[in-house]
Design a protein around this ligand. Structure first.
Ligand code: IMP
Length: 195
């Protein structure tokens, strides 16, 4: 089964390939660059927009498209950055800029460590319709970046039950406990039914 991935984020593509254990083709290899307007009000809505846009553009009814919309939420900051995680610093910002902005926000409020959680919403588009699943990972964010593993906000995120950030921990640990791993486990059940 060939699954088309509605993402161009390298960190995500790598993790989804490893976690799904099936051939995943990033949509850009088939369609080039597409302007996808992520104007949904939730991770789920944005995942559906991405999956549907790519599915329609492929014009291949037997295609299966998987889209992940994800981000980190910090309750002490009113849920920021949430669905704006990818463009927190500005439109088109780099992972590094976004990470630094969240660190600065914590520093402004003199917060050294506070609870946070990652959300992954996955939408699967196929001729049988659109299916969605979710996964979450709880932990704390700190006001500094430690380590260079993972991507995005990982260097400032300490998962529950650990004392190191995802930037410092072995990537095998993230593979076992991440929001994306949990959502993909459920997505696999859907994908098996669509084969
Ligand atoms: P999306 O590609 O629009 O879903 O944006 C996701 C953004 O959330 C990424 O650019 C990262 O900043 C952040 N993000 C999502 N998942 C992770 C993760 O597993 N680690 C670190 N950052 C993540």
């Amino acid at each position: 089964m060939q699954v088309v991935l509605a993402s161009s984020n390298r960190g995500k593509i790598k993790e989804i390939r490893e976690l799904l254990g099936t051939d995943v083709v990033p949509y850009q290899e088939l369609l080039g660059d597409l302007d996808i307007i992520e104007n949904g009000k939730s991770f789920k809505e944005n995942a559906i927009i991405k999956a549907k846009t790519i599915y329609d553009a492929l014009q291949n009814p037997s295609a299966i498209v998987i889209a992940d919309d994800s981000g980190i939420s910090v309750p002490a900051l009113g849920g920021e950055p949430g669905i704006y995680s990818a463009r927190y610093a500005k439109e088109g910002a780099s992972d590094k800029d976004n990470l630094q902005k969240l660190i600065n926000k914590l520093k402004e409020k003199e917060i050294k460590r506070t609870p946070a959680y990652y959300t992954a919403a996955i939408a699967i588009a196929s001729k049988d319709g659109i299916f969605t699943v979710h996964g979450w990972m709880w932990g704390d964010v700190i006001d500094e970046a430690r380590g260079d593993k993972g991507f995005g906000y990982d260097p400032m995120f300490i998962p529950q039950g650990y004392e190191k950030t995802l930037g410092e921990l072995d990537s095998e640990i993230k593979r076992q406990i991440s929001h994306r791993a949990k959502a993909l486990k459920l997505a696999k059940i859907v994908l098996e039914r669509l084969q």
